[in-house]
Design a protein around this ligand. Structure first.
Ligand SMILES: [Zn+2]
Length: 468
């Protein structure tokens, strides 16, 4: 029998764990069942569709059932989502989380790449930790439950561990793509021995399965105009990733060397389903065909692509060719924030503008890019991206109780065009509540801000002394 619940959120019989929890595994073990009740449930699973007045039952960190009138298990926590939207947690597919410390610092002369090259070398492990943690707090606050940490400032093993510590402490699901260092010489490979050690030790670092390991690869040159990497350097890197069986991600975008980057990868037979290409703004029809044929995926980051001048995302061309694509924040040094609602909105708007068609890219298709397709883009669609029984419980509850919403008309369209991070009422990742009634539970946002400002002061001071 369903239990009548009158308060917005209440515990039915058992006391809840304390609000500050540091171990996802412990939380899952102690947390028991959780029922998100009576919301407008957007499952993004074609077999189920939307369920108005629907419930989502979570057990042991997994989705146990989606339906209406589900019974409340004994001891379950109930989250009353009446009048609210319940959706899969949003999925970011490419984010340089460490440089969130440099938010808004890409203008004023140097530009994004030069800012990273001048300040990145001054980052110690603690600074990587603070930048990544700030990004994690922003992600959770904005309803993002899966991130792809594109870690391209690994200056030593401690830098990688610092990023992983921040991700694990936050409780997000993540792919951690181990990369090179900011301003790394083109003739020097990334620390492959360090990657091998991390891979061998991954069981200890994976936060109970929340974290997955990948490689952030320069390839022949990536997107930084200063990067020209020889095959003698980039091939052993790639071969190491394939030997270890981990996915690979690479930037391919932007003038002046955009045309042909994907052609080079195709020519060397380096495209495969585990390869994610970031941006692909300048991909030719033939290159898009190569991506589709190989099953390689694409991460679109419209705000950074617009602001840095890469041109328009080729969303319609990629989707039309059958390429799996996801959306991404890329870097808040350039874009300012990581608001996936705004990223969805600009993605839909640009696609319609390019097509001169109000209906070229629907809101639901856009939401798919930020959920199930984003999960596919990371190879995580068996785990997350839709509210499907058996998948891990990554979901958000969005309240209309703010002036920018106020009414619940078309819930999917509202998520894509109207919602903002402040409307995110509850965030659950792997069955664990990370945002509860608008407040972060695993992270102290005020303290993270203070620590970030202090860390940035140190980075700027050290980089200044290094320049003189
Ligand atoms: Zn990037």
């Amino acid at each position: 029998m369903p239990v009548k619940v009158t308060s917005t959120i209440r515990t039915v019989t058992q006391p809840q764990p304390p609000p500050r929890v540091t171990s996802a595994a412990r939380d899952r073990a102690a947390g028991g069942a959780l029922l998100v009740r009576d919301g407008y449930v957007i499952t993004m699973d074609p077999a189920t569709g939307d369920v108005p007045g629907g419930d989502v039952l979570v057990r042991g960190g997994a989705i146990a059932a989606v339906g209406t009138g589900l019974a409340v298990p004994a001891g379950a926590r109930v989250i009353d989502a009446a009048g609210m939207i319940v959706a899969p947690g949003l999925v970011d597919t490419h984010w340089h989380m460490w440089n969130t410390l440099l938010r808004g610092m890409s203008e004023g002369g140097p530009g994004y790449f030069r800012a990273c090259r001048s300040l990145g070398p001054a980052f110690g492990p603690r600074d990587v930790y603070q930048g990544t943690l700030l990004a994690c707090a922003e992600a959770i606050d904005a309803g993002i439950t899966t991130v792809h940490d594109w870690a391209h400032n690994i200056r030593g093993p401690e830098h990688a561990e610092a990023g992983l510590d921040a991700l694990a402490g936050a409780g997000l699901r993540a792919r951690f793509s181990y990369g090179y260092a900011a301003a790394q010489p083109n003739d020097r490979a990334m620390d492959l021995a360090g990657l091998r050690r991390l891979h061998a030790d991954w069981g200890r670092r994976a936060a109970g399965g929340l974290l997955a390991l990948g490689m952030a690869w320069r390839g022949p040159g990536g997107s930084d105009p200063a990067m020209h990497v020889a095959a003698a350097v980039y091939r052993p890197e790639y071969d190491t990733a394939r030997e270890l069986g981990i996915p690979v991600t690479i930037h391919a975008c932007g003038p002046p060397r955009a045309a042909g980057q994907i052609e080079v990868l195709a020519g060397e037979r380096l495209l495969w389903p585990g390869l994610q290409v970031v941006h692909a703004n300048c991909a030719t029809p033939a290159e898009i065909g190569h991506l589709a044929a190989a099953g390689a995926t694409v991460s679109l980051s419209p705000f950074s692509e617009l602001l840095i001048g890469y041109g328009l995302p080729k969303t319609a061309d990629l989707l039309g060719a059958g390429v799996t694509a996801g959306l991404s924040a890329d870097t808040t040094a350039l874009t300012g924030n990581a608001d996936m609602f705004a990223i969805m909105k600009v993605t839909q708007g640009l696609a319609n503008a390019v097509a001169h068609d109000e209906f070229a890219l629907t809101a639901r298709r856009t939401l798919a890019l930020a959920t199930i397709d984003g999960a596919r883009c990371l190879g995580l669609d068996a785990v997350t991206g839709s509210l499907t029984p058996g998948k891990r419980a990554d979901l958000i509850v969005v309240s209309p109780d703010a002036p920018n919403l106020g009414v619940l008309t078309d819930p999917v369209r509202l998520l894509v065009t109207a919602a903002q991070p402040r409307n995110v009422h509850t965030v659950i990742a792997d069955g664990r509540v990370l945002k509860d009634r608008g407040a972060l539970t695993t992270l102290d946002a005020a303290r993270i801000g203070r620590d970030a400002r202090q860390a940035l002061d140190g980075v700027v001071a050290r980089s200044g002394s290094a320049r003189h």
